[in-house]
Design a protein around this ligand. Structure first.
Ligand SMILES: C[S@@+](CC[C@H](N)C(=O)[O-])C[C@H]1O[C@@H](n2cnc3c(N)ncnc32)[C@H](O)[C@@H]1O
Length: 218
């Protein structure tokens, strides 16, 4: 596959990254179409390498009740819903109703609409207002909101559940001093401190694509 600009890592050697993506099996028609749409319109989807990690986390933990914070056109939601299987409950959330409408159409075509609940509005509020606890929460909202997203998610996660977050190296900027005006980088840095200092979580940060964090609630 062509490594389009919305998927490229800022810190992985180009040749290594191309090799990594060349290993990935082809996606089905709906996912391939979504990848092409995202590349054309610069939608920051997680892409197939990180999506496989997401699906693997769902499969190995047997997660059935999932909340996604920041779902855009629903690319990662489809990977979550397929991995969770029939009868699972996956919550899509995004602030943009246009994204939600497009995502709903993709869910129908991907054959997973029955297990996805579509919510429009602020993902943190939607999660706080949702009933019950989740097996897995995936965070992909605006980066300045990551610390607040983590605080909102912790009580909504069951013990042993996973909190996953994308972009946690933020083009490598997380590792450098951030300007006080750079709210996104500062949000990621604060999130990384919180997640690794928390005695209630066990976290790993993988330098895959833009950085991906897996944290288990103890
Ligand atoms: C990086 S994109 C999500 C990509 C998606 N997870 C994927 O990989 O296919 C981030 C999305 O989150 C939405 N967003 C950002 N902050 C949000 C918030 N606080 N509440 C709801 N949606 C939010 C934006 O509208 C955008 O569509």
């Amino acid at each position: 596959m062509t490594l389009t600009s919305n998927l490229k890592s800022a810190f992985t050697e180009r040749r290594v990254e191309e090799y990594l993506y060349s290993l990935l099996p082809r996606r089905d028609r709906v996912l391939a179409e979504m990848e092409a749409y995202a590349a054309r319109h610069d939608v920051p989807i997680i892409g197939p390498a990180v999506a496989r990690l997401l699906a693997l986390q769902v499969a190995v933990t047997g997660a059935r009740r999932i909340f996604e914070m920041g779902s855009a056109i629903g690319y990662s939601t489809i990977w979550l819903a397929r991995a969770a299987g029939r009868g699972s409950e996956v919550h899509y959330s995004d602030g943009d109703p246009g994204n939600a409408a497009r995502a709903s159409e993709y869910f129908r075509r991907a054959g997973v609409a029955d297990r996805i609940r579509v919510h429009t509005g602020d993902a943190l509020t939607l999660l706080r207002d949702s009933g019950g606890r989740f097996d897995l929460i995936f965070c992909d909202v605006n980066k300045d909101q990551y610390p607040a997203a983590l605080r909102a998610a912790r009580p909504k996660l069951r013990r042993g559940g996973l909190f996953l977050a994308d972009n946690t190296l933020w083009s490598g900027k997380a590792a450098r001093t951030a300007a006080s005006s750079d709210a996104q980088t500062r949000g990621i840095q604060e999130f990384n401190r919180l997640v690794f200092r928390s005695k209630a979580l066990f976290a790993v940060l993988l330098p895959l694509r833009d950085g991906f964090t897996i944290a288990r609630k103890l």
